[in-house]
Design a protein around this ligand. Structure first.
Ligand code: 6U4
Length: 169
C-alpha cells in the first residue's frame, strides 16, 4: 500500500472567515480535481517531512513541520485491497505566497465554499470536519480496477475524535 500525505494550510480571510489553500491538480492521480497539496512519501522521509516538501514543491509555501497538526488517517481500498494510506495535516503556520507549479494551481477558498463536487467522492464526508478542527480515521472502498480515480466509490467507515497526540513523525 502506498503511503501519502495531504496538507491543508489555513488562514483567516479578509472578512474574518476561515480559508483553506486548495490546489487544482494538473497531473497524476485526481487530475482536474481540487485537493490539498500532498503526495507520496520518498525513501527515508517521515509523513510530516513529506507534507512539508510536497507543499513547498507544489505551491511554493513554507510550512513549519512542528506546526503541522495531524488531523486524519485515511485508508483507500481498491477492490478489497489496500491502495493508499494517507496522513492528513492542517496548519495555520504558513509563510509565502502560493504560486502555481507544473503539478498544481493553488487557490485560497472559504471553508464553506469548498468545491466538493469537483473533488474525490469521499472528501465531503471527512474534509468539513477536518477543517472545523476535528480528527478522523476513515476507510473508503472503491471498486472497478485501476486507476483509483476512475473507480467507483462504494462505501466507507469513519471514526471521529481520534487522538494523534503521540504521533510526532
Ligand atoms: N480518495 C481520495 N481522496 C482524497 O482526498 N485524496 C486522495 C484520495 N486518493 C488519493 N488521494 C491523495 C493522496 C495523495 O496526496 C494524492 C495522490 O497523489 P500521488 O502522489 O499518489 O499521485 P500522483 O500520481 O500525483 O503521484 P506523483 O506523480 O508522485 O505526484 O491524492
Amino acid at each position: 500500500m502506498r503511503e501519502t500525505t495531504l496538507c491543508f494550510p489555513m488562514r483567516e480571510g479578509r472578512d474574518g472567515e476561515t480559508e483553506v489553500l486548495l490546489i487544482e491538480k494538473r497531473r497524476g492521480l485526481g487530475e482536474g480535481w481540487y485537493n490539498g497539496p500532498g503526495g507520496k512519501l520518498e525513501a527515508g522521509e517521515t509523513p510530516r517531512e513529506c507534507a512539508v516538501r510536497e507543499t513547498h514543491e507544489e505551491v511554493g509555501l513554507e510550512v513549519e513541520p512542528s506546526a503541522l497538526e495531524k488531523a486524519g488517517e485515511l485508508t483507500f481500498l481498491l477492490d478489497g485491497e489496500g491502495h493508499t494510506f494517507c496522513h492528513v495535516y492542517r496548519t495555520r503556520s504558513v509563510a509565502g505566497e502560493p504560486t502555481a507549479s507544473e503539478e498544481a494551481y493553488p487557490e485560497w477558498v472559504a471553508i464553506d465554499e469548498v468545491p466538493y463536487e469537483q473533488m474525490w467522492d469521499d472528501d465531503h464526508l471527512w474534509l468539513p470536519g477536518v477543517l472545523e478542527g476535528e480528527t478522523v480515521v476513515g476507510k473508503f472502498r472503491f471498486e472497478g480496477g485501476q486507476p483509483l480515480d476512475e473507480a467507483e466509490f462504494v462505501g466507507h467507515d469513519l471514526e471521529w475524535g481520534v487522538s494523534f497526540a503521540a504521533d510526532r513523525k
